[in-house]
Structure formats: C-alpha cells, structure tokens
Design a protein around this ligand. Structure first.
Ligand code: SAM
Ligand code: SF4
Length: 340
C-alpha cells in the first residue's frame, strides 16, 4: 500500500471527529450514488441473473425517505448525487424527485446525475433537463444491433433514440461501455470512432467481479493497456494527469477525451470519495463491501441524531477497498441492486 494510503491513526482507529464524512484512511466523501430500484428491463449478463427475484416494493425507500437521507448527506458534505439502479427510469415519480433534489442545491449540493440504459430516455429527456438533472451517463456496450441484443436482451433502436433526445434536450452525456473479451472486445475501435464523430465522451469500463452468478473470469476482462494499444494506430493519444475521477483520461487527436475505468488492472481506491445507497436503504461504503449498514428503520422512525451518528460511524470504518484484496465480494446482492 502506498504511503498516502495509511490509517490516519497508527493502529487503533479514532472515532470520527469531523463534521464531514471521512473514513479512517482520511478519504473525504463527496459523491453519493443512489439505486432507486433493483428492477431493470435489460438483462446484461455482467450485471444481473437471467431470472432475477425483484425486491418487494414495500421494502424500497419512498421518495420522502430518500429526500430526507439526501438532505442529511448534503449537510455532511456530499456535493454530487447520482441516481442509478437497476434502471432508474423505471421508478415512477423520478422527475418530481429530481425537482426536490434540485432544492438541495441551496444547501451545498452541486450536481445531480443519472446512469441509465436510455431505453425510456426519449420520453423523459426534456422533463429531466427541466427538473434539474445536470448530466447523464448512458450505457452502450455495442453499436452493432446483434451484439447489443446478445449483451442486453433488448433492441438498440430505443437506446439510440434516447441518446438523440438527450442531445436535443441539452443534457450533458457520457457513454459507458463495459468490455467483455467474448462479446464486444473487437468493437473498441469502431465504438471509439463512432463516439469521436458524434462528439460524445466515451468511457470504457473494465469488467468487475460483481455479478452474483459468478460469470466473472479474469480472462474476460479487457484492460486499460489493451484498449489503448488497440487505439494507438488510429489516434494520436496523450494520457492526462489523474484527478479524483474514477476514469483515466486520454486525449485523442488533441480534441477529444476518452476515459477508461480500470478498477481491475489499476485500482484507484486511494482517492475514493464515493458512497452508495441501495433502494432498500443499505449504505455501502464500497462497491466491493460484503455488507452494508441498514438505515431504513432509522429513517422511518425519524431518529435523526442516531441516523447521523450511524452514517458517520459506517463511513469511518470503510475498508481500503478492492486494492487490498482484489477479489469479488461475498454477498447475496449483485450489481443491479447496488447500482454500479
Ligand atoms: N441501468 C443503468 C445502466 O445500465 O446504465 C444503471 C445501473 S448499472 C448497474 C450502472 C453501471 O454499472 C452501468 O454503466 C453498467 O454498465 C455498469 N456495470 C454493471 N455491472 C458491471 C460489471 N460487472 N462490471 C463493470 N461495470 C458494470
Ligand atoms: Fe440493467 Fe443497467 Fe444492469 Fe444492464 S447494467 S442489467 S441496463 S441495471
């Protein structure tokens, strides 16, 4: 582990003293991802089982409960909230929720984002923009209809329409693409050229071991180095200095930025400033954590001081992360429940 990545106290961790959210390694938390639902109309093999068992609706946090949680988190220093899922656009009432979240900008929230498969985006794009959504990450693993269908079990047409509608509505867009060696690995150049021509920022994501059904194998992962090697004959490529962003940024031809999220080959846990809430109100301090901290009953009982202390405590004991163990978490929930 690097010098920068040590416990703040030498051996026995101190309890959190700060009014902000900080963990025992000194990593402040500024970003929160909320899974609004585990439900999804896609069946991406790297994310969820073919026949998922959905959570009971009564167990999901209501929008009022979510808003209360977000207000507390903003008071503790969260500046950026990302809505995800499952598919967030499958949660009824999402537009009003974003309008309510927008009001938290007076209290310190700076950005509201969403990650979506874009299948329903054509219908929602303008409303989302007007409600106060700042930007959207859209998953697009292939632009070849047959490969797209193999990977998601859905047609690509509505997704491309959704991207067009978001562009028209003036939403800031990024495209996310998970690469699998046996599916879309030979599309790296084609996808990059497509995104480059459309002036759509693209981020390749290394396949992570987060599906509950254990599809993941190291030889299915396409790494950052392999991606850049493939692109080298086609673009002038310059690596940009890393920031807190999970993606390593490369400048192509001096006029376009490509990102690669290389959790597997180059974990970036040292700079992790993220927290995650599942739709049932479990706080996960790491994507690879085996367990979360259940907050739903505290939210429902309205015990705000206890809730605050529980959140700070859970964050404080956040572990080093994937960098320390480099293995899949042992837990019942998979990526579609925790939200990516
Ligand atoms: N349904 C939305 C979507 O697909 O964009 C939001 C939820 S999805 C869980 C969020 C992100 O996680 C997507 O970009 C998806 O590609 C990514 N993802 C899911 N499983 C993954 C895995 N095993 N490894 C890497 N990325 C994954
Ligand atoms: Fe659904 Fe997104 Fe998971 Fe694909 S990655 S199954 S679209 S939640």
């Amino acid at each position: 582990m690097s010098e920068k990545f040590k416990l703040i106290s030498s051996s026995i961790p101190l309890e959190p003293q700060s009014t902000k959210l900080v963990d025992q390694f000194g990593r402040y938390k500024r970003k929160l991802r909320i899974s609004l639902t585990d439900r999804c109309n896609f069946r991406c093999e790297y994310c969820m089982p073919e026949h998922p068992e959905w959570l009971a609706k009564k167990d999901l946090l209501s929008f009022d409960e979510l808003l209360k949680f977000c207000r507390i988190m903003v008071s503790l220093g969260i500046e950026h909230i990302r809505l995800t899922g499952g598919e967030p656009l499958m949660r009824q009432g999402i537009v009003s929720f974003i309008k309510d979240l927008h009001l938290l900008k007076r209290l310190g929230l700076k950005r509201i984002s969403m990650t979506s498969n874009a299948f329903y985006l054509k219908k929602y794009a303008t409303e989302l923009k007007l409600a106060g959504l700042d930007d959207i990450n859209i998953s697009l693993d292939s632009i070849q209809p047959d490969i797209f269908f193999n990977m998601t079990k859905k047609a690509i047409g509505p997704v491309l329409d959704g991207i067009g509608a978001a562009q028209k509505a003036g939403l800031k867009i990024k495209i996310n693409c998970v690469l699998l060696a046996d599916q879309n690995a030979n599309e790296i150049i084609q996808l990059t050229k497509w995104a480059y021509q459309q002036r759509l920022p693209l981020r390749f994501i290394e396949y992570m071991p987060l599906d509950q059904v254990e599809h993941w194998k190291l030889d299915k992962v396409i790494t950052e180095n392999q991606i850049i090697q493939q692109l080298q004959p086609h673009f002038q490529i310059k690596k940009i200095q890393r920031t807190n962003d999970p993606a390593t940024i490369y400048q192509l031809n001096d006029d376009y930025e490509l990102g690669v999220i290389s959790t597997i080959s180059k974990p970036f846990c040292q700079s992790c400033d993220r927290l995650r809430l599942t739709s049932t109100g479990e706080l996960f301090t790491c994507l690879f954590a085996n367990t979360g901290t259940p907050l739903r009953s505290l939210l429902r009982l309205g015990q705000e001081n206890f809730l605050l202390a529980t959140i700070k405590q859970a964050v404080w004991y956040k572990k080093a992360g994937f960098i320390a163990h480099q293995q899949a978490p042992v837990r019942k929930i998979s990526m579609h429940t925790i939200g990516g």
